[in-house]
Write a protein that binds this ligand. Structure first.
Ligand SMILES: CC(=O)SCCNC(=O)CCNC(=O)[C@H](O)C(C)(C)COP(=O)(O)OP(=O)(O)OC[C@H]1O[C@@H](n2cnc3c(N)ncnc32)[C@H](O)[C@@H]1OP(=O)(O)O
Ligand SMILES: O=CC(=O)O
Ligand SMILES: [Mg+2]
Length: 532
């Protein structure tokens, strides 16, 4: 019998400690995941393209006729473990060492350690992130900053969840037979291999967040990965628990089906609002009726966003699953009391809307926001969660999910998109996947909205500023030059160069100029990511 020999290869440098993560057994496990699941992953990515083509031809998404029985059936997800009953405040952040410690110590119920939107997937961040999580789980994580301040874990820490990269991203530093391995399978595989047993011994479990799914078939693939991984490591089926982010417009039509696919492994859904806005914009970018106003005007109060969040709550609660809210982008503002108070009151209002609607928990981006979110949830949610509130009073139709938001496009909105887009891409290219810009948390999802809006505005017949001027490529070029000058004045010439602003600006303009809309900025930018 001819058996093909498969070879997993590492193309990144072995930095200090990496050999403890990239062990032969761990790599073999990743290789098995690749062999077993990569073809299906590619088929599903291809299916996304086919769906996109149908949308381009005018198809409107709707609830699937072929899964009506699932939607109408009376099943529930498997019972949740004790430490996932109360998730009222979840902090998120990249897998950087100091931030992992700060997040676990923050007082939040859960910490979502992020290999996705807020992580720039340099080789260093990818493997060092695994080392950081391994040490955190074992309670040995330690960090000392340049001033000698020591960071260690407190006695009571948040429950850990990990968000691997989405299905669309590759890991270029690991190949099998010369083919890049899925970034998500690398993040999941290495984490699960090294930590699943240890987590169970500590009375918790291997818990995940799954990003950017576009259909229940993609959830099915994750479920198959989980079943396989548990079997390989001799871990009981159903030990893994995963919360799926509903952050694409197509997934909003398949919430029941997604929960159903992951039934034994499900820990509910989350409303990933920023990617959701991006997805809505991306999927309908050719539709002459669909155009979004300034990013700042597309809020959770917009009818289509409100509809999707309510549908998530109703769908989850019907299946005894938690429905977690999303991320308010405000972070504390130093040295400006008034602006700081405004930021806090915006977060407070956002969390109040979520808890009153029926969400069982929420996300915050910064430790300074934990108490504010906790206070709101403590006041309005006396029990561990509110899954008992079935919200049968809600009716959300396909039309509600698709309702086009109203508002203006302003010159300031255009400027902000260009400036923020360039600054964020620069940060990402330098290895920092989340950045504070204009006192807001920016990450890959928020930056996607900025560049997608500019792409659409210069092509759409209604791409007009509120003062009547049409938005053209020439206008974008000019505003970009003015904004680059401002950034240079703010940073100084040396930091401007060191921070790769010029490379980011070129990349941003490439995204805008190309008629073929780049599916994700992180795919193209990955080829230019610094090699560290
Ligand atoms: C759309 C989505 O996907 S949302 C989810 C993904 N996005 C995120 O997770 C973003 C998370 N947030 C962050 O990364 C950060 O808050 C940023 C980059 C926006 C701002 O970070 P900074 O500029 O460091 O903020 P700031 O200076 O106020 O930080 C104060 C302290 O809080 C820490 N901190 C800030 N945010 C976090 C966080 N999310 N987790 C842990 N620690 C944090 C900082 O490390 C710093 O610690 P130190 O005082 O011990 O040095
Ligand atoms: O991942 C979260 C989002 O809002 O996007
Ligand atoms: Mg997201």
């Amino acid at each position: 019998m001819h058996t093909e020999k498969r070879v997993i290869q590492i193309h990144g440098a072995m930095q200090e400690g990496f050999e403890e993560i990239l062990t032969e057994d761990a790599l073999q496990f990743v290789e098995q995941l690749h062999i077993r699941f990569n073809e299906r992953r590619k088929e599903l990515l291809n299916r996304r393209n086919q769906m996109e083509e149908q949308l381009r031809q005018g198809m409107k998404p709707d609830f699937l006729p072929e899964t009506k029985q699932i939607r109408e059936g009376s099943w529930t997800i498997a019972p949740l473990p004790d430490d996932l009953q109360d998730r009222r405040v979840e902090i998120t952040g990249p897998v950087e060492r100091k931030m992992v410690i700060n997040a676990l110590n923050s007082g939040a119920k859960v910490f979502m350690a992020d290999f996705e939107d807020s992580n720039s997937p340099t080789w260093h961040n990818t493997v060092q992130g695994q080392l950081n999580l391994r040490d955190a789980i074992r309670g040995t994580i330690y960090y000392e900053n340049e001033q000698g301040k020591v960071y260690e874990l407190k006695e009571n820490t948040a429950v850990l969840k990990v968000r691997p990269r989405g299905w669309h991203l590759d890991e270029k530093h690991i190949t099998v037979n010369g083919e890049r391995v899925s970034g998500g399978l690398v993040d999941f595989g290495l984490f699960f291999f090294h930590n699943a047993t240890e987590l169970m011994a500590k009375g918790t479990g291997p818990y995940f967040y799954l990003p950017k799914l576009e259909s229940h078939l993609e959830a099915r693939l994750w479920n198959e990965v989980f079943v396989f991984a548990q079997e390989k490591l001799g871990i009981p089926e159903g030990t893994i628990k995963a919360t799926v982010l509903i952050e694409t417009i197509l997934a909003a039509f398949e919430m029941d089906e997604i929960l159903f696919e992951l039934k034994d492994h499900s820990a509910g859904l989350n409303c990933g609002r920023w990617d959701y806005i991006f997805s809505y914009l991306k999927k309908f970018r050719h539709d002459q009726d669909v155009i979004l106003p300034d990013r700042a005007q597309v809020t959770m109060e917009s009818p289509f966003m409100q509809a999707y969040s309510l549908l998530a709550i109703q769908t989850c609660h019907k299946r005894n699953a938690p429905a977690i809210g999303g991320m308010a982008a405000q972070i504390p503002i130093k040295n400006n009391q008034e602006a700081n108070a405004k930021a806090f009151s915006k977060v407070e209002a956002d969390k109040e809307r979520e808890v009153k609607n029926g969400h069982d928990g929420t996300w915050i981006a910064h430790p300074g926001m934990v108490q504010t979110a906790l206070d709101v949830f403590n006041q309005h949610m006396p029990a561990a969660n509110q899954i008992h509130r079935k919200r049968e009073d809600i009716t959300v139709t396909a039309q509600d999910l698709l309702e086009i938001p109203m508002g203006d496009i302003t010159e300031q909105g255009l400027r902000t998109n260009i400036s923020v887009g360039v600054q964020y891409i620069a940060s990402w290219l330098c290895g920092r996947g989340a950045a504070p810009i204009n006192h807001l948390m920016e990450d890959a999802a928020t930056a996607e909205i900025s560049r997608a809006q500019v792409w659409q505005w210069i092509r759409h017949p209604k791409g007009q500023l509120s003062d009547g001027r049409y938005i053209t490529l020439e206008m974008v070029e000019q505003v970009k030059e003015e904004e680059l000058l401002r950034i240079k004045q703010k940073l100084g010439a040396e930091a401007y160069d060191a921070n790769r602003i010029e490379a980011a600006s070129q990349l941003f303009m490439y995204f805008i100029q190309e008629d073929e809309f780049a599916d994700f900025l992180t795919i193209s930018a990955y080829e230019q990511l610094m090699e560290i």
